[in-house]
Every structure is written in structure tokens, then in C-alpha cells.
Design a protein around this ligand. Structure first.
Ligand code: 26W
Length: 825
């Protein structure tokens, strides 16, 4: 793909000019951060040309557009990725080298835009990349949080949260678009008016409002000149009103408006799979949803006029229930602003909205207290009441006399608004994110809905973008893959990776493959040395678990097993043991006490083991501080083993598992989420599977759990590690520090069953899988083959495949092509 702005001399001149105009300096005097800015602005200029061309093409082709509505977009750094997708990475790297600038150092200056918690946010970012790459018109719609995911510091083994002021140096890639601002209203009351024709009108009065100001981010497609837009909204007080208030001496009101605006976009809620039910979060949801839908309708009407045709050109995908007020907001606009009747408005809405479920964890299902909801969004609440009334009527018609059904399925029940029910009732599609997850939704969690409307339910197994997680994260492997396949087609068609199977019996190729892994391990070891001060041996097995800290993900199982291994090594120093490095990375939600105890435990165990000279470095434990997209890229490339050990049935999909696989790390895991499909692709012999099945877990759960004392009393090795939680071994003699973890494993506590995540139940089977993995690693040739087989079989897990399925089954978008010859530059 050609772009004259990346011709070396042109690019170098641009960078020099940018340093001058932005900082009044010469390149030689500029700081790395200033160089990052200057380089980024030069790249942005090249992007803008394509961005304009894309808009023009869309204007001409008038393709159907998906609005991907998400509270979270975990983008990761933009510079390197944009260069890759503009196919200019190598040229720019060389051009900068000629100026004495190291592109890697420049890339490291970019703050990691962390507008998301974990899997759901990162998935949204991968999807935008694939949508642009496949040539589909799309907008990401979200919030421009002033503070993204907190920065994690580890102090004395404890997690400490620090604010993530990611915008402090400005953001070169964003574009403020005040001309597209929209007003969003909260609170007040609804007055009913009748006009001369007798028609009813609903007028919101005494409300507070804010202006939503969009910031646009370019989403660059790979090698196709398509640049889509991520539109994230900032909030500003409405200035006229403020002046007006001053005039009237209503200073308080003016300050309130300022505060409302400031608070709404202040910070991303760092909760993952747990709702706190905070009013401010509902404000955030309505804020970005209302602004996005208004903008979509304005854009549609400008071109089409006839609102009844909306479903032909627009679809709103709701990323989990967080944006589900979209349904009622669209109804409000159609009813109150477009003056449609209920049936017509409902017909349009239910053809435009679709819902993706990302979790079966009950704590994560969003429910809002009706009093809070109706106070904050009075008109939206009225509309939901009417949706609920009509839906309940339908349930009663279908199941006469069955009030149990009504109780289970109603949107409004027990003083709460149930967002998942609203999403399902109003959506034309409901999808899970892996086969197993979708089956559990259909047969357990959402069974009643599935029985009533089976046609809505479908599966879309998640995927990841190979542009970031192979090309950018692992350039050595990416180049090797291209060389071995003799083509770059895998970059936009990951199924081509299967061609690597030809090399599975080629000793030379396997050696090269493992040499690349080794170099990536050296790269990570250097990072660990720099950030943790711990020396790890790149020849040891890198066994990695990186993901949000949650009990169901069972980092506790992993660290208990490390404690068990340590006991074994101490008891039997002569035992054969391949050196292992256990790598952890995880943020715990700030209020999730037990998750924070687990982080402390991991760090305490690391402290004891890493400082025990008697074990000759056979075992090391590293907790990587501030796990985020940028260091994740180093970690995936360097892993030997991918730990995916959630309690079966709990992990909807997982996407880290796919990133490890792509980079040649076999999965050590349970039959949960997408692990099941990974095993389908790679073969059970190329993974280390253990533990209860989802059916078994669900069965236990429905029968009151199991008794962990049966295990504790009968397995001395397990009893010993559990007791070590309360004998001071890892707490400088303090017997209370980990008492809560100990209790969580053995004793029922209030509503929570003892060991509700089946850690002790799965322990032996886990230890066995660990032992099998170590045995396999000892056989170098066999291991190399297994690792390469994983890379070769990752084709299915491209987000390109996932997006194509969404397009075929749910969105029905039109494919757009930009003809390079017609570009005017
Ligand atoms: C505060 C409410 C809340 C509730 C749920 C915040 C965030 C969530 C998300 C559903 C958590 C999440 O990220 N889920 C993950 O979504 C990924 C993408 O589909 C899946 O791969 C993970 O299995 C799932 O945990």
C-alpha cells in the first residue's frame, strides 16, 4: 500500500517540522516524549488523507453501518499499530534510525489508553481493527474517561491504585469535533401535553443537562486505506445556561452543571464482573448512549429522511448490558421527536438493536433500583414500563396461569430494572461469546427466554487481531511465519496459518521456532529484571497466568500449586525438576478485598521462594506490576505455558488463551469458554486439560456444592499447603494474614459455599496436568512440535473470522473498497 507521506525524506522532514512547530526545538534537543508527539502527528497526517477518502467512499456507497456501543475500549498504544496497518512500520523505523531515533523507545513514550477493564474492552478494540480491515462501515461509541484503568503499584506485596492520567501530555491521534455536540438530559419530571389533534406529547421539565462533545479516533484498517472512527464522548457544562444562571444569581445551579459534566466522564469503573449499582455509572451509560444514538439518527436523517428505513442502514450492537438504555433511548427519539406511534417505533427498534452477553456470573448481571432509575431517567423509565407491560402480556398469553414465568422474565420486578431482560426482549439477536457459553445461556441462565424466542439466540466465538498480537507483539515470529508460508496472506486471512503444519517435522524449522521463543523470553526477562529486580532464567519454563484477578479465574489454585511444588522441592532436593518461572499479572478491582489478598499472597510466596538459595533457582515466581496491553504484548510472545484455569462454566470465552496459542504456548486449562474450541482445533494431545467439566460443576452447584473437608482430611499434601495459609509460613509468622483465604476454601460463609470455585476439588487433577506439562517440556523436540502446532492451528481465533460471522448472521453490512488509483495524493 502506497502513501507518499511515508517516503523517507518526506517523513523525516515532517517529523523535523513538527518538532519545530510543537516545541520550538531541533530534533536533537527534543525529549523522547516530544519526539513521540512529533512522529505521531506526522503519522496522523498520513492517516487523515485516508480518513477523508473513507468518508467520501461511504458517502458514495451508502453502506449499512454498525454502531458498536461499549462502555469500554481497551485500545492499547496506537502509534505502532497504526504504522503496521498503514504498512509503513519498517520504512518509518528506518527513517527514524537515520535520524538517530529508536522507534521502540518512541513507542514506549505513548501512554497506554486503558479505557477498559479486561476481556470485554479488549474485544471491542480487536473488533474495531477487524471491521476496518475487512472494509465495513462502523463506529465505536464510548466514553472519553479522563482517568482510565488505574495504574497498579505493588508496595510491600500489596496492590496500591494510582490514577491513570493518560491525557496529561495531550493525545496526538484524537480529533475534537465540537460541531457534532449533543445535549443529554437527566432528571426532572415529565409533563403530558395534548396538541390540537388530541395527540399526547411528553415534555421533560426541570432537568439538568450536559453537552456531549465527541472526540474521534482513527481506526486504521490493514493495507486497505480504510479508516473508521471510534467516537468517544467528553462532557461539558452548557455554557449559555451557566451565564444565564450567573445573571440570575443562580451560582449554585451553574456550579452543579459544571460538576455534573466533570463527574460523568471522570473515571472508568474498575469493576469487572461485579456491579456496585452506583448512580454515576447509570449516568455514564445514558450519557454516551444518548449522545451516540442522537448522532446516528442525525446522520441517517441527513441522508435518508425517512426514519422507517433506519434498520436498512443502521444497527446498534450492545456490548453486554451496559449500553442497554439504548433501546429505550431509541424508542424515546422515535416516539417523542419523530412522532411515530408505539408499534412503528417498536418495530424499528427491535430491528436495530442486538445484544452480546459476556458473562454468566450472577454478580455481573446489571439491575438498577427502580427509584434511582426513574428519578434519573424519568422518560426512559416510562418507556421501559410500557415495554415491560406489553412483554408481560405476551408471557401471560403464552403461558396462561404461570405467574412464576412472569416473575422470572419480567423486566421490572422486585423494585428493579433488569437490563439483560430488556436487552433480550428488544434485541433481534442475543449472542454468547463461545460455544460452551452460548449453550449454558440457552440451557441454564437464559433458558426461559431461549424457550420463548429461540430464533434470537446464536453463538459468536470471540477472536483477536493478529495485527497487534502477532505482528506487533512478536515481530520475529511474524517474519518467520511469512517466510515459512511464503506469503503475507495470514495477516488478513489467519486460516492460512495452517500452512505451518508442513514444518512440524522439519527439525531446522522447529529449532528456528524455538530460538525465536527464546529471544522473546530474554526480552521479557530483561523487562522483569528492570521492573521487578528479579533475575529469571530464560531457559526455565515460563508458565504464565495474566488476566484480571477474580476468584473464578483461580489464581489462588495456581499459587497454592506453586506452594505445593516448593514443599516438594524442599522435601526431595534430589527429585528431577525442570526449572520453572511462574509469571502472574493481574489487577484487582479496588474494593475486591479477597482478590487483593490473593495478590499479596502471590507476592509473599514470590518473596520466600525467590530468596531461598537452597533450591538453586529451580523455582521463581514473578508478579508483573501494572499488567496492561503494552506489557501483555511482551508477555504473550514469551510464554511457554498458557494458564487458563477458570472453574468450568464460569469463563464466558477468554481471549488471552487465543493470544498465547497464536504465539506458540500450549494451554494448560479446564474445559471452559473458548478453551474447548482451542482443544478442538489443536487436538487434546497438544494441550494439558484437567478438572471438573462444566456439567459437573453445574451439577454440584445445583446440589449444594461439595465438602472440601473430604479432600483436606484425606490428602496430606493439600492439607499442608492449605495450613500454610495460617501457620505464618508466608506471612512472617502472622497467622491471621491469610485466614480469610483459608476460610474461603474450607468453610461456608454466610451465603457463600465453602470452596465455591472448586479449587481443592480440582487441585490433584491440576497438579497432574502441571506434571504432564513438565514432562513434555523435557522432550525438547516434542515440545517444539506442540508449540508450533498451537501457532499453526490458531486460524479460527482471528477477530476477522468473528466479525465476518457477525456481519453474515447479525449485521448484514456492505463491503466497501477504496480504490488506490483513485486516491488524490
Ligand atoms: C461492572 C459490571 C461489569 C460486568 C461485567 C463490568 C464488566 C463486565 C464484563 C462482562 C467482564 C468481562 O470483561 N467479561 C469478559 O468478556 C470477554 C470478551 O467476551 C470474555 O472473553 C471473558 O470470558 C469475559 O469474562
Amino acid at each position: 500500500m502506497y502513501n507518499p507521506r511515508f517516503e523517507k525524506d518526506v517523513f523525516k522532514r515532517d517529523v523535523r517540522n513538527n518538532v519545530k512547530t510543537l516545541f520550538r526545538k531541533e530534533v536533537e534537543e527534543a525529549t523522547p516524549q516530544q519526539l513521540f508527539q512529533a512522529v505521531s502527528y506526522a503519522v496522523k497526517e498520513a492517516i487523515i488523507d485516508d480518513w477523508l477518502a473513507t468518508q467520501k467512499q461511504y458517502e458514495k456507497d451508502d453502506p449499512k453501518t454498525v454502531y458498536y456501543m461499549s462502555m469500554e475500549f481497551l485500545l492499547g498504544r496506537a502509534l505502532g499499530n497504526n504504522l503496521i496497518n498503514m504498512t509503513a512500520y519498517k520504512e518509518v523505523k528506518e527513517a527514524l534510525e537515520e535520524m538517530g531515533i529508536d522507534l521502540n523507545v518512541i513507542e514506549d513514550q505513548e501512554p497506554d489508553p486503558a479505557l477498559g477493564n479486561g476481556g470485554l474492552g479488549r474485544l471491542a478494540a480487536c473488533f474495531l481493527d477487524s471491521l476496518a480491515t475487512l472494509g465495513y462501515a462502523s463506529y465505536g461509541c464510548g466514553i472519553r474517561y479522563r482517568y482510565g484503568m488505574f495504574k497498579q503499584k505493588i508496595r510491600d506485596g500489596y496492590q496500591v491504585e494510582a490514577p491513570d492520567n493518560w491525557l496529561k501530555d495531550g493525545n496526538p491521534f484524537e480529533l475534537r469535533r465540537p460541531e457534532y455536540a449533543k445535549e443529554v438530559r437527566f432528571g426532572g419530571n415529565i409533563r403530558v401535553e395534548y396538541d390540537e389533534t388530541g395527540k399526547t406529547h411528553f415534555v421533560q421539565e426541570n432537568y439538568e443537562s450536559v453537552m456531549a462533545i465527541p472526540y474521534d479516533y482513527p481506526i486504521v484498517g490493514y493495507g486497505n486505506h480504510i479508516v473508521n472512527t471510534l467516537r468517544i464522548w467528553d462532557a461539558e457544562a452548557i455554557v449559555d445556561f451557566q451565564l444565564d444562571s450567573f445573571d440570575r444569581g443562580d451560582y449554585h445551579k451553574a456550579v452543579e452543571q459544571e460538576n455534573l459534566a466533570k463527574n460523568i466522564v471522570e473515571v472508568l469503573y474498575p469493576n469487572d464482573n461485579h456491579i456496585a449499582g452506583k448512580e454515576l455509572r447509570l449516568k455514564q451509560q445514558y450519557f454516551f448512549v444518548s449522545a451516540s444514538i442522537q448522532a446516528a439518527i442525525t446522520k441517517f436523517k441527513k441522508k435518508h429522511g425517512d426514519i422507517s428505513k433506519l434498520p436498512e442502514k443502521v444497527t446498534f450492537q450492545m456490548n453486554d448490558t451496559h449500553p442497554t438504555v439504548a433501546v429505550a433511548e431509541l424508542m424515546r427519539i422515535l416516539l417523542d421527536e419523530e412522532n411515530l406511534g408505539w408499534n412503528e417505533a417498536w418495530d424499528i427498534t427491535t430491528k436495530c438493536c442486538a445484544y452480546t452477553n459476556h458473562t454468566i456470573m450472577a454478580e455481573a448481571l446489571e439491575k438498577w433500583p427502580i427509584d434511582l432509575f426513574s428519578r434519573l431517567l424519568p422518560r426512559i423509565y416510562q418507556i421501559i414500563q410500557e415495554i415491560d407491560r406489553r412483554f408481560v402480556e405476551q408471557v401471560r398469553a403464552q403461558y396462561p396461569g404461570n405467574e412464576e414465568k412472569v416473575k422470572k422474565m419480567a423486566i421490572l420486578m422486585d423494585g428493579q430494572v433488569k437490563m439483560a431482560h430488556l436487552a433480550i426482549v428488544a434485541g433481534y439477536s442475543v449472542n454468547g461469546v463461545a460455544k460452551l457459553h452460548t449453550e449454558i445461556l440457552k440451557n441454564q441462565e437464559l433458558k426461559d427466554f431461549y424457550q420463548m424466542m429461540p430464533e434470537k439466540f446464536n453463538n459468536k466465538t470471540n477472536g483477536i487481531t493478529q495485527r497487534r498480537f502477532l505482528m506487533h507483539a512478536n515481530p520475529l515470529l511474524a517474519d518467520w511465519v511469512t517466510e515459512k508460508l511464503g506469503t503475507k496472506e495470514w495477516i488478513t486471512d489467519l486460516s492460512k496459518m495452517s500452512g505451518l503444519k508442513e514444518w512440524l517435522d522439519d527439525e531446522e524449522a522447529l529449532k528456528e521456532f524455538m530460538t525465536i521463543k527464546f529471544k522473546n523470553k530474554e526480552r521479557l526477562a530483561a523487562y522483569i529484571k528492570e521492573h521487578n529486580g528479579v533475575e529469571v532464567d530464560p531457559r526455565s519454563i515460563f508458565d504464565v497466568q495474566v488476566k484480571r484477578l477474580h476468584e473464578y479465574k483461580r489464581q489462588l489454585l495456581n499459587i497454592l500449586h506453586v506452594m505445593y511444588l516448593y514443599n516438594q522441592i524442599k522435601d526431595h532436593p534430589e527429585m528431577s525438576f525442570y526449572p520453572k518461572t511462574y509469571v502472574f499479572g493481574a489487577k484487582a478491582s479496588a474494593g475486591y478485598i479477597r482478590a487483593k489478598e490473593i495478590i499479596k499472597l502471590i507476592n509473599s510466596v514470590a518473596d520466600v521462594i525467590n530468596n531461598d538459595r537452597s533450591i538453586n533457582g529451580k523455582l521463581k515466581v514473578v508478579f508483573i506490576e501494572d499488567y496492561r496491553v503494552s506489557n501483555a504484548e511482551l508477555i504473550f510472545a514469551a510464554a511457554d505455558i498458557s494458564e487458563q484455569i477458570s472453574t468450568a462454566s464460569k469463563e464466558a470465552s477468554g481471549t488471552g488463551n487465543m493470544k498465547f496459542m497464536m504465539n506458540g504456548a500450549p494451554t494448560l486449562g479446564t474445559m471452559d469458554g473458548a478453551n474447548v474450541e482451542i482443544v478442538d482445533e489443536v487436538g487434546i494431545d497438544n494441550a494439558f486439560i484437567f478438572g471438573l467439566s462444566a456439567d459437573e460443576v453445574i451439577n454440584y452447584e445445583q446440589n449444594g456444592g461439595y465438602n472440601p473437608y473430604d479432600i483436606y482430611n484425606n490428602d496430606p499434601d493439600i492439607r499442608r499447603v492449605v495450613d500454610q495459609l495460617v501457620d505464618g509460613t508466608y506471612a512472617n509468622g502472622d497467622k491471621e494474614m491469610y485466614r480469610d483465604l483459608y476460610n474461603s476454601l474450607l468453610n461456608n460463609q454466610g451465603g457463600a459455599r465453602a470452596d465455591m470455585y472448586f479449587i481443592l476439588k480440582d487441585f490433584r487433577s491440576y497438579a497432574d496436568a502441571q506434571a504432564r506439562a513438565m514432562e513434555a517440556y523435557k522432550d525438547t523436540d516434542k515440545w517444539a512440535k506442540m508449540a508450533l502446532k498451537n501457532t499453526a492451528c490458531c486460524g479460527k481465533f482471528s477477530a476477522d473470522r468473528t466479525i465476518q460471522e457477525y456481519v453474515d448472521d447479525i449485521w448484514h453490512l456492505d463491503h466497501v473498497v477504496i480504490n488506490e488509483d483513485e486516491l488524490e495524493y
